[in-house]
Design a protein around this ligand. Structure first.
Ligand code: SF4
Length: 254
């Protein structure tokens, strides 16, 4: 994919119309709206990644929510899933505030970028395999652009995990075969065959350019309302990932 830097990539993503079903859905939702947001102008377009271009930690979700990011135009902004995610990021010291209500609310991420393998809101939060595959080149290019600074990745949920592993492979990282299954608390190292730096001694798998990949249950209402994913569980994953990414954090609570 021939695009310039990350800002140019983000700009191009917002103009994508490759998936007819998703284009129709996202624009229909933006026209009909939810009653609580009847006075707002919905974004109604693909939602690009959010966070600095030199992020060392990447969080990969699933897809924008119809009345969340598809309304506000920023990842995980304006819905309950984002409330949980940004509160945890703030608790850990990776975000300037614990709430995300609109694209111009001043929220900053510290060394963290948030993206998704599908950039358009899908009906019932379920993209098809064809839509996932159609959107993959955007994620591959984002990973390639983040490569110089990227050290760790948190993938939220099994869909993101299945979508992200082929993207990491396409972007040049060594993904084990067979591909590791998703699990909350899963952690693995993806080596970078494109880097020629010497491997560390004593059998450490960490070579120059490697990244640490973490699995975490998705911050969906289904998971957070039922206690399948608690704020403490999410914070634990973020602390471990921030440590792997070399990011400073607040003291661990308690
Ligand atoms: Fe384009 Fe991805 Fe949206 Fe499909 S899901 S229209 S590939 S941005």
């Amino acid at each position: 994919m021939d695009v310039g830097g990350l800002a140019e990539l983000d700009r191009r993503i917002t103009g994508c119309r490759a998936c007819p079903r998703l284009v129709e859905w996202r624009e229909d939702v933006a026209r009909t709206k939810r009653a609580a947001f009847a006075d707002e102008t919905y974004w109604g377009r693909p939602v690009p990644g959010f966070g600095p271009a030199d992020a060392s930690l990447l969080i990969v979700g699933l897809a924008p929510a119809a009345h969340g990011a598809n309304r506000t135009g920023r990842m995980f902004t304006g819905d309950r899933s984002g409330d949980v995610l940004y509160a945890a990021l703030h608790d850990v010291g990776l975000a300037s505030r614990g709430t995300a209500v609109s694209a111009d609310d001043g929220l900053e991420l510290y060394g963290v970028r948030i993206t998704s393998p599908v950039h358009c809101a899908p009906p019932a939060n379920k993209p098809t395999p064809d839509e996932r595959d159609a959107c993959r080149p955007w994620l591959v290019r984002e990973l390639e652009l983040l490569r110089p600074s990227l050290r760790a990745v948190v993938v939220l949920g099994a869909f993101g995990w299945q979508a992200a592993l082929p993207a990491f492979a396409a972007a040049g990282w060594a993904v084990p075969r067979p591909r590791p299954a998703f699990a909350h608390g899963a952690r693995l190292t993806l080596g970078s065959p494109l880097e020629s730096g010497p491997r560390r001694e004593s059998g450490s798998p960490l070579a120059s350019g490697s990244i640490e990949l973490f699995g975490c249950f998705h911050v969906s209402q289904r998971n957070t309302f039922t206690g399948r994913l608690t704020p403490a569980m999410l914070r634990d994953v973020l602390y471990a990932a921030a440590d792997a990414a070399g990011l400073p954090t607040k003291p661990y609570p308690g």
